[in-house]
Write a protein that binds this ligand. Sequence first.
Ligand SMILES: [Zn+2]
Length: 140
Amino acid sequence: MNLRLYANKSNFGERHYIETRNKPIQIRLAVIDLDISDKYPTNFVCVLPRNFNSKTTNQNHFQSRFKEGSRELAIQLLEKALKKEKDPDIIMEIKERLKLLKSKPKEIGKCALCNKDFYPRRFGYSIQRTCNDCWNKSKP
Ligand SMILES: [Zn+2]
C-alpha cells in the first residue's frame, strides 16, 4: 500500500451559497493507493471521514478498514498532503482536520510529570495534575 490523500474541490459559486447557505467551496478528501494506480478514481480506496467514532459499532469505512491505527494514519496522510498542497482552501481544510484529530476528548489529561495520558479527578475547583502512578510516588 502506498497511500496518499486526494483532494477534490468543488466550487459551487455564489448562487449555491445563497440557495443552500452552505459554503460555496466543498472539499472532499479521498484516500488513494498509488500501488493500485496513479490515476484517480481507479486508485480510490475510501473517503477520509471528518468524524471518527470511538465506538466500534457504526464506524465509517476508513475506520473499519484501518482499525485502531486509523486516527494515526489519518494524521500522517494529512501532514504529508499539507507539505505538498498549494491550494489555500485545501490547506485550510487539512489544517482544520488535523486540529480535530489531534484534540483529545476533554476528560483525558496529560500528566505534568511523566506526560502520560490519564483521567484526572477533580477536587473542588482544582484538577488532578499528575497521574496516579506519579501521585503515589510523590507520597512519603
Ligand atoms: Zn505521571
